[in-house]
Write a new protein. Sequence first.
Length: 333
Amino acid sequence: MTVRELRGWIAREIHLDLTNAPFDPHDEKLLPAAGACSRCPKQSGSNPLLFPEIPRKASICTDRECYRAKVEALVQIQVKPLVEKGEKPLRVSQAPAWQANGHAKEVLFEGQYRKAKAKGECPNTKAAVLIDGKGAGGIFYLCQAEKCDVHNRVTRYQPTPQEQAQRKREALAERVEKLSRVRILEAIRKKLPDAFSRPDLEMVALDYFRRLGHDNHRRISKLCAWEEKKGKASWGGETVDYEKIAAAAVGAMKAADLSRFLVVCALVSDLYCPGYNPRQLLEKDSNLARTAARYKVEAAKVAAAVRKELARPKSKEKDENKLAKKPTQISKS
């Protein structure tokens, strides 16, 4: 049961809202002993001062037994033609099964039957009547047979024949699309040249860059000294579109620069140092360490130089920077 269905059930069965009643509240003949609900002193609308907690526009019945009697009277009126023909309609409740609490064993609840479209749809169809809810008194046909050839596959939990046909069409379209893409890739693979063409090289470089993620995009942008311009994002804030910047940069690169760019993309992930273990050393089998050894870049010397640089006092570092920026005076003698 959904929240909306539960809310409606509470309004009908607990609050007994007359605006949702299956019978006409103005009908005096439905239950002559009770008369019309509109003039009944037991409904909240007839005496708003007595029921201040209920909105003035609402009409709530406070006599549950009378309300039930009117619903039952409506049900009997609706089934009378069938009874006269010799049929005994089954009684069906729209309430959840847990509401029954073991009572009314002759009443069927949802899940205990399957609806039929019409009488005679299968040899097991029987007439039924709703005994509660807004549709109380409604007549329909149902099937209770577990091995019915017509209805055993038609339940509210399974797709209709139309839905099954639609799913088959969608499944076929998906298979066609998947296999077509595989065939297209096979045809391209057979036509690829021995060396990269310029469009292929740019495509591979940008696709590789795109897969690296935002943090690696920032690292490569700093390494390449790209100008980072912020723009409006789809969510309203400002952000840097690194993929757009990379596309412009790659388009301006020479073939040799593109090859170097691909190697940088392969190594940039090793720049990440986990914050939970800042002393973790670069693994010897990492791409960065292996490439450094291949190009004779001594990682130990680089680390020592960085350690010495960061160990300098900040004041001395500032003085050295000032001296470096101060112009040198040349003697005229």
